[in-house]
Design a protein around this ligand. Structure first.
Ligand code: 5RP
Length: 233
């Protein structure tokens, strides 16, 4: 296992200390939270915890089913107790860029339905100012060209249609992703999220502002828990 993979595993497992018996859990998407999902399955099978998951993507649904985690669909779940998910970047305000895996829309719906959100990450995801990671924006697949024009008026860098193989990458909701190169300039993510959401054809923006309550970060120095002072975790 590579060093980074080992850090991801440590963060993913450590975050499960927020999991309590009887919880309805949002299950995020990505290579870090994958380790949390494996640990959640262990808590069910080895420690007898009664837990139900709500997956944020088809990949996570398949993994969770393979591991035997009981699941509910997003639309069948009411309020969730806790969501654990990864992030592509986080800053000192606990604002996030997400969507590297293309699951941002369901991830945001699940996180917003949750009483709290814990992010799992390795230390490379921590930034002063968001935006070095290209901001993913999900757009309607029939309207993506107009949405790209609108985004190009806001974004100082490239706005690129995400490609998989030789075709546009298609999300679980049959949308496309536009990756926007803002560079580390996103100092007011609230205003930027609003401006992007107003562009016709935009389905969801990969900025998560005021949603995350804690970040469990792994580095070679060990695990650090960053808890938002006025947050819900
Ligand atoms: C998927 C996401 C992921 O949580 C994010 O890309 C982080 O993934 P990883 O843990 O693999 O780095 O937002 O849409």
């Amino acid at each position: 296992m590579s060093d980074v993979e080992h850090l991801k595993e440590q963060a993913g497992i450590a975050a499960c200390r927020f999991v309590k018996d009887g919880m309805l859990l949002g299950l995020g998407t990505g290579s870090t939270v994958r380790h949390s999902i494996i640990e959640i399955a262990r808590l069910i099978t080895e420690e007898g915890m009664n837990l139900i998951g709500v997956p944020t993507s088809e990949d996570t649904r398949r993994l969770s089913e393979e591991l035997g985690i009981p699941l509910l669909k997003i639309e069948d779940s009411g309020t969730l107790d806790l969501t654990i998910d990864g992030a592509d970047e986080f800053n000192h305000n606990f604002d996030l860029i997400k969507g590297g895996g293309g699951a941002l829309t369901r991830e945001k719906v699940v996180a917003l339905k949750s009483k709290s959100m814990v992010v799992v990450a390795d230390h490379t995801k921590k930034v002063e100012v968001l935006g070095a990671f290209d901001l993913p924006v999900e757009v309607d697949s029939d309207l993506w060209e107009g949405a790209r024009e609108g985004l190009s008026r806001i974004c100082p860098g490239q706005v690129s249609l995400r490609i998989k193989g030789s075709e546009p990458f298609e999300t679980d909701n049959h949308g496309f992703i536009l990756d926007c190169s803002f560079g580390p300039t996103i100092s007011d993510p609230t205003s930027l999220e609003r401006a992007i959401s107003d562009i016709p054809g935009v389905v969801e923006v990969g900025l998560f502002v005021g949603i995350c309550d804690a970040v469990v970060v792994a580095s070679s120095d060990g695990i650090e828990e960053l808890i938002k002072s006025n947050g819900r975790a």
